[in-house]
Design a protein around this ligand. Structure first.
Ligand code: EPS
Length: 386
């Protein structure tokens, strides 16, 4: 559903590393590996992460598309090496392995395992799980960081916070006038990326409980973007609608199970007079009485902050596995178990920021265009309405 930007990732979870290519970023934008590294580090954090994050030091090397710290307009390619590769060299060898490795034959409920082997006719679930692993989201975050940089250049910021883990809810809300850099700075200090300290304690406790039981927990987070002009997206065609593009991007992450824009599901339970955001004129500016629409009306940005809520399911790899079968014999067995995380919702909120940054950067380039950042800025200055 992207119109101006295209990106692709490649790589297996325990292969040599991840590769990403993004095309469509204008020339003339300052970009460094250190800038991308900040978001990669944020994705690695959070209470409930497993041992893998202790092995890796995710860092994206820029391979092409940048010269002397400035983008060229050509495809930007990135490489994140898997430090864990040294432990998997033979099991994941590109060439013939030196020895035979045990096949994975017990599919995990909730994972891509069963449908994946059926689809491809594999006899080893590892051929599926390596690519369907959430490890791939490291590259999405690196690509998202490049889009975030473009947005920053034109005054658009993206932030997020976790508001629910399992049944523990942080009831506080993000005020409309809250600076998103401040929001991120505050919640990045929390091991669960939430605002309320009491909720934080309970969230940590429920994650610890899940871990002690060999179980996992999911949760929900909110992603916000500010500084958008009117009219990103379109009311003309189905695939132009901004909310559809955001939802598609979020739901492209396996573990993300629900997306709400603004008041979302709650919209259906109130009167229209309670829901719709009244249009006011204050201090020579059009303002709104509330933002239940979450910054999108008729498929377009309405110059209010974009609010997206996303729900993540508990991770499907369980240390205390669920019932499954051995696909070799069809005998009842317990599902395959691998090293895993007991909770990755804090990391998921960074992935959510990245996906939103990609979609908004794309919609911005669609509306304003420009081969260089300078041209894009000029176009926004000439016709952007806020
Ligand atoms: C992940 C890396 C993976 C998992 C996790 C996410 O590494 P490993 O399998 O070596 O522990 O920790 O992915 C899953 C739990 C999953 O089910 O896909 C990462 O880099 O985020």
């Amino acid at each position: 559903m992207l119109k101006k930007i295209s990106y692709m990732t490649a790589g297996e979870s325990h292969g040599k590393g991840l590769i990403g290519i993004i095309e469509g970023i204008p020339a003339g934008m300052h970009l460094t590996e250190e800038y991308i590294a900040k978001d990669l580090l944020r994705r690695m954090q959070g209470h409930g992460r497993g041992k893998r994050m202790k092995i890796e030091k995710d860092y994206a090397e820029i391979f092409s598309g940048v010269r002397h710290e400035i983008t060229l307009g050509s495809p930007i390619s990135l490489l994140i090496k898997n430090l864990d590769w040294v432990n998997w060299e033979d099991r994941m060898a590109i060439g013939k392995p030196k020895k035979e490795h045990k096949k994975v034959t017990m599919p995990r409920p909730g994972h891509a395992d069963l449908a994946g082997v059926m689809k491809y006719g594999f006899d080893d679930i590892r051929n599926v799980l390596e690519r369907s692993s959430a490890r791939e989201t490291a590259m999405r975050v690196a690509i998202g960081a490049i889009c975030r940089k473009l947005l920053e250049e034109v005054g658009i910021t993206v932030g997020s916070r976790v508001y629910q883990i399992h049944n523990i809810i942080d009831e506080s809300s993000v005020e409309n006038d809250m600076n998103l850099a401040e929001l991120n700075k505050t919640v990045d200090k929390s091991p669960v990326r939430c605002l309320d300290k009491k909720a934080e304690k309970k969230m940590i406790a429920i994650i610890d409980e899940a871990k002690a039981n060999g179980d996992s927990v999911g949760g929900s987070f909110e992603v916000i973007a500010k500084g958008l002009p009117y009219g990103l997206g379109s009311y003309i065609n189905a695939d132009g609608k901004l909310q559809a593009r955001i939802t598609q991007a979020m739901m492209s992450v396996n573990a993300f199970k629900g997306v709400e824009i603004g008041a979302g599901f709650a919209s259906g339970a109130v009167f229209g007079s309670e829901l719709h955001d009244e249009i006011l004129y204050e201090d020579k500016k059009i303002t709104r009485s509330s933002n239940n629409a979450g910054g999108i009306e008729g498929g377009m940005s309405n110059a209010q902050p974009i609010h997206v809520k996303v729900s993540m399911k508990p991770i499907s790899t369980l240390i205390k596995p669920l019932r499954s079968i051995d696909l070799d014999t069809m005998e009842a067995k317990l599902a395959h178990k691998e090293r895993t995380d007991s909770c990755a919702v804090p990391a998921a909120s960074i992935i959510g920021e990245s996906m939103l940054a990609i979609v908004i950067a794309d919609a911005l380039l669609e509306k304003f265009g420009g081969d260089s950042l300078d041209q894009l800025k000029k176009h926004i200055k000439a016709s952007g309405k806020y």
